[in-house]
Design a protein around this ligand. Structure first.
Ligand code: GCO
Ligand code: MG
Length: 403
């Protein structure tokens, strides 16, 4: 079997997605997600100009060898653009292999370790009444776990709050990033009260999460983790920028609130300190940004040695192709923790018809051979790429801060 064509499809059915389609001489094709929110065209160029020519004529069954060749052969290793491009190839080749085997991908990964995949959804509000309504809406959709984000007194536009944020993705004019505001002191003062109110309204059993989105120093994160302990969070996510791995030792010494990190990581090397010293409880990388199913599987095996669980990143900017790959892995691995599932627009589901299902808050990859996902290229081409940036974040005196 040989790869005879590979092409990149860019579409924006609500937000931008980059998809690689690999074709073989036997007519079997595979899909992979290479979406890098806000920097999509860099991955398109990397794939089209530098990777596709290397794939033509090669055997699609040699997934590990292809992965190692793309990783080692570039000489310039790691980084989000490179690893998103390699991920798309890896996932497309797994799709092909599983289709040829006539099996859903999870069967090739060892078979199902569970019946279904638990998810968490997003709730947010400018104030408590709006937040409570949003939590009720997620509960009505069946979500068994809920990420809670709220407005911060004095701030106009805040990450993760539906009515306040610029929406992380398509900016209104597409030309410049929207600016959001930040004030760490106001946030640290208000958040524990929010969780107190949520616990009083919804009781002790509801599974609650929160994303600090890289905004705190280690000592601030340590304080927040401590302050949130009475509210029994499932996790506090990205409490501090992940480049500073040593900082997590300090956070860990001060709090028993579980910690989740890794959505901006690209390789297992980014996790050496955090997993090796058991400084976190959940690894958050997406199939799409971590080089694909092959390396993410290895990361989960490494994490398992330290009783750390999976929590694959699943925002709207992971395409349904990346989501399908994630769900197959979630079903197969033993140390599954939870899967983020922000969902997609109705049009996105039409552009990417899929076998995976979301029922009562749980995902299942379905039984179609391969990933169980298609790409309607005609519909995709009717919704072309739109230039878009992620927002940026400034303190009240105008200083740029982590977003
Ligand atoms: C999450 C993430 C997202 C990211 C987004 C950036 O936990 O889902 O933090 O909200 O901000 O994926 O493109
Ligand atoms: Mg996050």
């Amino acid at each position: 079997m040989k790869i005879v064509d590979a092409r990149v499809v860019l579409t924006s059915p609500g937000r931008n997605f980059v998809t690689l389609r690999v074709e073989t001489d036997e007519g079997v094709t595979g899909l992979g997600d290479a979406t890098l929110n806000g920097r999509e065209l860099a991955v398109v160029g990397y794939l089209r100009d530098h990777v596709v020519p290397l794939l033509l004529g090669t055997d699609p069954h040699r997934i590990e060898d292809t992965w190692q060749s793309l990783y080692r052969g570039a000489y310039w290793r790691r980084g989000p653009v490179t690893m998103a491009a390699i991920a798309a190839v890896d996932v497309a080749l797994w799709d092909i292999k599983a289709k040829v085997a006539g099996l859903p991908l999870y069967q090739l990964l060892g078979g199902a370790s569970r019946e279904r995949v638990r998810t968490y959804g997003h709730a947010s509000g400018r104030d408590l009444p709006e937040l409570f309504d949003s939590i009720r809406a997620r509960l009505a959709e069946g979500y068994p776990a809920i990420r809670v984000q709220t407005g911060v007194p004095g701030l106009e536009r805040v990450y993760g709050v539906h009515h306040l944020s610029a929406g992380h993705g398509v900016t209104p004019d597409g030309a410049r990033p929207v600016v959001e505001d930040w004030d760490t002191g106001a946030y640290l003062r208000s958040l524990p009260g929010v969780f107190d109110a949520v616990r009083q309204e919804f009781g002790p059993e509801l599974v609650l999460l929160h994303d600090a989105h890289h905004r705190l120093t280690p000592i601030q994160a340590a304080r927040l983790g401590k302050d949130l302990e009475p509210y029994d969070l499932f996790w506090l996510e990205d409490c501090t920028p992940a480049e500073n791995q040593d900082g997590l030792r300090l956070v860990r010494r001060h709090t028993t609130t579980p910690l989740a990190i890794g959505e901006v990581f690209n390789t297992v090397f980014d996790y050496q300190t955090l997993v090796g010293e058991q400084l976190i409880d959940y690894v958050r990388s997406a199939v799409t940004h971590f080089g694909g199913v092959s390396p993410l599987r290895k990361l989960f095996d490494f994490a398992a040695q330290h009783q750390i669980k999976s929590a694959i990143h699943g925002p709207e900017d992971i395409s349904p192709v990346g989501m399908a790959a994630a769900i197959h892995l979630d079903l197969a691995i033993h140390n599954f923790g939870i899967q983020e599932y922000a969902g997609h627009t109705a049009l996105t589901h039409e552009v990417f018809p899929h076998a995976y299902t979301f029922t009562d808050g749980y995902l299942h990859p379905g039984e179609a051979p391969g990933l169980g996902i298609e790409l309607d290229e005609e519909l995709a081409s009717a919704h072309p790429y739109e230039p878009a940036y992620l927002p940026i974040n400034r303190l009240q005196d105008g200083t740029i801060h982590d977003w």
